[in-house]
Design a protein around this ligand. Sequence first.
Ligand code: DC
Length: 224
Amino acid sequence: MSYQIAIDGPAGAGKSTIAKKLAAKLGFVYVDTGAMYRAMALFCLRKGIAAEDEPAVVETVEKLKVIIAYENGVQQVFVDGENVSSQIRTAEVGDMTSRISTYLPVREKMVALQQSLAEVQNVIMDGRDIGTCVLPNADVKIYMTASVRVRAERRYKEYQEKGIPCTLESVEKDVEERDYRDMHRSHSPLRQADDAVLLDTSEMNIDEVVEAMAAIALEKGIVV
Ligand code: DC
């Protein structure tokens, strides 16, 4: 039997930072589902496919062979044999991802892969639909959020550190648009599962959030 911890929430809530730390603390495997959708978006962009062209997006995604592997505990996404992990973190890929992840066949392919990963090992999985759709029976479900301003400030800082030109206002607008799209799509929109614990990280630092989550996990019988 394997344990499952599901973390959902909007972009910039701190899901991946926290999930990585908690996974290391618990000895669980961290599964970043956004990276899988991002890898699909990267390939659509490379082929010059418009996000609105659903048939072309679906045909492309259905043909791609996606493999998740771990190197020194860090998730790597391979598509048709190529490790694309370092190419999927741009704003352009993020925007394309939010658009193509609205298509049902794209979601079905990713969900099947995610479920197969969770069957064989203890996982902390983060995304938008983990508690509601991918792992409905997860042992722990967290819905992690933060105010739009705080999330935009975090993204802005990340981009500045990477030397990506932007303004706080443009990042905030992107965050709002992405939230809207992720929460209003017809297939498994982002929402808090009925049995998920809400964690607002606006006023918390990383260690405080990790501790809060470890305490929630402990309550469910997962011992750190
Ligand atoms: O978490 P992220 O920023 O890497 O996610 C990028 C996009 O992928 C996000 O805007 C919506 C989509 N996504 C999804 O639809 N379902 C998931 N489980 C994870 C991500």
